[in-house]
Design a protein. Structure first.
Length: 605
């Protein structure tokens, strides 16, 4: 079994994404009463940082980003979806409720205004520019690609299935038909991404009507300016329409004083001709649509009409077309009734993967025949079944995994295990793994620069002082507000579902990011590392804060060469004493930089 210092460090990074303080480590080591480990787990699960850390994991699946460059459409407060995810994970309402609200919270009776932000899962989907003067086949193909992305993200995130492979034909390897793709696609094509206010229909419906009027008038005005000569009479008509548009905007204030979120609404999407050389995208409110099969994936070649429904393979052939609006709510209910064994296995495997570095199924977004088979199928089935009986509680699942002897075992290598199972598929030891998204937060934490306030809009990503925290008078280094300044591991592309975030490479951590350099300079005043002490005492303090232990005899040879000649930064009023620093004081930045990027800090055991 791992020692207690290792366990608290492992648990802390796994559950909240931050290392424990020296005081927390000392308290846990000294607590020999029965149940100390369980109390530590409960303390971490109750921390607001839990939702922040595990929210990042979920947002990778939802291809979330604070900014939406290069895409058409509004960016209405995308961070409100992020904050909703964090809050809901902290509340542990149940994975079934968590998913259902992201698919159809606007159709659930007890939905409050704040829950509308949950619809950002599809509301924030990529939307590409559609040039309506192009041939209608090109416009329809663009819309079809947007649909393919949404079907793909739905299938891989919730079901662990590659549904998009059946856009052009039946899936070559899995029992997913061409009809299944368009059955799910019909649900999504009956749901229009749109900005919605965090308010009831009494506020939303007038805004929606005003937007439709403005949109139609704007399109008409553009056509008139294109087709009519610019005579004085026509110019007068143009101005009258422009004035009408302005009046509509002003009369409803066009939501300028209403908090908006990116969401979806019940409106089907249609691309239709609008004259000989122009097309139009129509949104038909309250009128869902079933899709025709696109023969060989070509939206211009229509096959049979497919009713909106769930996947045939998960319903034992009992196909029940969706009848209620777009079908989003019926789809969510079908997932947690007909499809629940698969849905439960997929999320259990994802949580296991985050704790152990590899899932029981090593292809977490592909449970089909082309994915890998589970290493422990009985364990996966047992955890999934009990997860459902415990009301889909993610916190219960964390408790169950972290309480296991497998999780608490040592990471020490053994010759016999290495010889028989070098990849550790049978989990004969705990595999150390690099910190990914947690590393930036860990570095900010040891500098004393981490702002632990949760939520809110992201800072100015172009601000050089973005992650400098309280040293600049205003702390903006929040883990929940992503920034290139606070990111060390690669961030996901917004167009792609991310099954597992890749860990950072050593060269990237050491040389290509400003944050590790800042981490090297700040601890001398941020968290008390150094504090004017001679180098040996400084090293003891640094090891205690960074690694939650004292340096061993094996560690001293690696640090005895400090300072590095020619590599020390000259002290400034911000980084050290104003003048006349001692040699030991000038060593702090180099010492802290090397230790904060040490493999033992980046790779908890």
């Amino acid at each position: 079994m791992a020692d207690r210092r290792t366990l608290i460090r492992r648990l802390s990074f796994d559950l909240v994404g931050l290392g424990p303080t020296p005081e927390e480590v000392d308290a846990f080591v000294a607590d020999t009463a029965p149940g100390a480990y369980g109390r530590l787990v409960e303390q971490l699960l109750a921390s607001p940082a839990y939702g922040e850390h595990w929210g990042r994991f979920w947002l990778d699946k939802a291809r979330y980003a604070d900014a939406l460059p290069g895409f058409e459409g509004s960016t209405a407060n995308p961070w409100r979806y992020r904050d909703w995810v964090i809050r809901t994970l902290n509340e542990d309402a149940g994975y079934d409720d968590f998913v259902s609200r992201q698919l159809a919270t606007d159709l659930i009776k007890d939905t409050g205004p704040d829950d509308l932000a949950a619809l950002g899962f599809f509301g924030l989907s990529p939307s590409y520019w559609k040039e309506l003067k192009l041939d209608i086949s090109l416009v329809r193909e663009t819309v079809a690609k947007e649909l393919e992305e949404r079907v793909d993200v739905f299938g891989r995130t919730f079901l662990g299935l590659t549904l998009s492979c059946s856009r052009c034909h039946d899936h070559k390897f899995d029992p997913i038909s061409n009809r299944d793709y368009y059955a799910i696609g019909g649900v999504l094509m009956s749901s229009r991404p749109v900005d919605r206010p965090l308010a009831g229909d009494d506020v939303w419906l007038p805004i929606r009507e005003a937007r439709e009027q403005v949109r139609n008038l704007t399109v008409s005005l553009a056509k008139m300016k294109e087709q009519l000569p610019k005579t004085p009479a026509n110019k007068k008509r143009f101005k009258q329409i422009e004035a009408k548009i302005a009046a509509i905007r002003k009369s409803t204030e066009f939501a300028s004083n209403t908090v908006m979120v990116r969401a979806v609404e019940e409106a089907s999407i249609h691309v239709v001709p609008d004259g000989p050389a122009r097309n139009r995208i129509e949104f038909r409110h309250g009128k869902p649509r079933d899709l025709h099969i696109h023969i060989r994936g070509n939206p211009m070649r229509k096959g049979p009409l497919v009713p909106r429904r769930f996947l045939e393979v998960l319903t034992d052939g009992k196909l029940k077309p969706f009848q209620q609006g777009s079908g989003r709510l019926e789809l969510a209910r079908a997932m947690f009734t007909d499809g629940h064994p698969l849905v439960a296995r997929v999320i259990v495997n994802r949580i296991w993967e985050q704790h152990f570095g590899q899932g029981l199924v090593r292809t977490p977004s592909n449970f089909g025949t082309q994915g890998q088979k589970p290493s422990h199928p009985g364990l996966l089935d047992d955890l999934a079944a009990r997860f459902v009986t415990h009301h889909w509680s993610l916190k219960w699942l964390h408790r169950e995994i972290t309480a296991s002897a497998t999780y608490r075992q040592s990471s020490r290598n053994r010759p016999d295990g290495q010889a028989s199972d070098p990849d550790n598929r049978l989990l004969w030891r705990f595999t150390p793994r690099r910190l990914a998204s947690s590393l930036a937060g860990a570095m900010l934490q040891v500098t004393g620069s981490l702002d632990q306030r949760i939520g809110g809009a992201a800072g100015n990503l172009g601000d050089d002082n973005y992650s400098r925290g309280p040293s600049r008078g205003k702390s903006t280094a929040r883990r929940s507000a992503s920034s290139s300044r606070c990111t060390i591991s690669p961030t996901p592309a917004r167009t792609a579902h991310v099954g597992n975030r890749p860990p950072p490479g050593t060269a990237v951590v050491r040389h290509e990011q400003p944050l590790p350099v800042q981490a090297g300079r700040s601890p001398g005043h941020g968290d008390g590392i150094g504090n004017g002490k001679p180098l040996p005492s400084h090293i003891h303090d640094a090891y205690r804060i960074l690694f939650q232990r004292q340096p061993t005899d094996e560690n001293w040879p690696s640090v005895k060469g400090f300072p590095f000649p020619g590599k020390l930064q000259p002290p400034t009023r911000h980084n050290g004493p104003p003048a006349g620093p001692s040699t030991s004081t000038r060593c702090w930045p180099a010492t802290n930089f090397s230790l904060s990027t040490d493999r033992h800090h980046r790779r908890p055991r």
